[in-house]
Design a binder for this molecule. Sequence first.
Ligand code: ZN
Length: 315
Amino acid sequence: MSFIRTVKGDVPIESLGLMLPHEHLFVDLRGPLAEGYGQGEPQAVSDLLQPYLDHAQALGVTALVDCAPIGVGRNIAVLRHLANKTPIHIVAPTGIYKEAFIPPDKLGHTAKQLAAEWINEITTGIDGSESRAGFIKVAVSDDGPTPLEVRNLQAAVLASRATRATVGCHTIGGAAALRNLDVLEAAGHDMRRFIWIHAHTEPDIRIHIEAARRGIYLEFDAIGAVNWHPQDKLLQSVLALLEAGWVDHILLSHDAGWYEPGQPGGVPAGGFRGYTALIENFIPQLRANGISETVIHQLTVTNPARAMAFLPVPP
Ligand SMILES: [Zn+2]
């Protein structure tokens, strides 16, 4: 019954192997007012990405969630083109990025109006295509959520309630994360349908445990990002949360990629990172720390499928 919603259609979760819940294929960080914002030639994107997708697929990646929503260049034509070039299932988001990236035409929307647009993308299609969104990505500023970002979270709750799509929120640090959880709980959100994206940015295990106790997923998604986050600290955070008994609440990914318009050859300023450090480096480190194959399967197969799955809408 449960499935993930990919740009090519719904895929039963039983058919999935390892899934990456937070990656990037195409991102435009120049903001929605930049000239040429969000535009890219699909073939140029696949020329850059194909070897990385092929390598990930060869090592066992079966599905990948693209996490660039409206405001940072979501381009459904590019994602559809890529999905036809790789057997990896690609999930596209609806939703909107943090305040500084909100397109002007969405600034005056109510939560209800925004939710209606997102529900349409989840149930009908994105930008006139047949591809439907598979989850809801929002983001808050580092000292957020700002009032507009609270509105975005409330819109996400409404859209999730109507569709059962999961919500993920880019959040730096535990203080902002706990404020988000207060907003979500006040709006009556089903907390099992929420992902704290970038949970590794909070060093305090006690805050991780509190967040898990409130029902959400914590996503440690800087694997292989050696210039962004110390890899030993990320590993220690995951091990501590496992030790504390919260295996059901942990997601792992790279936040890697991507083609970026405006950059030479589309290569992002920090260089292109591929999608395999989890398999090639991190899982071996989990094993070296005594983590069982059963737990590794849960972290990399069961949890991401469950987190992204569309479940039957309750009566
Ligand atoms: Zn990301």
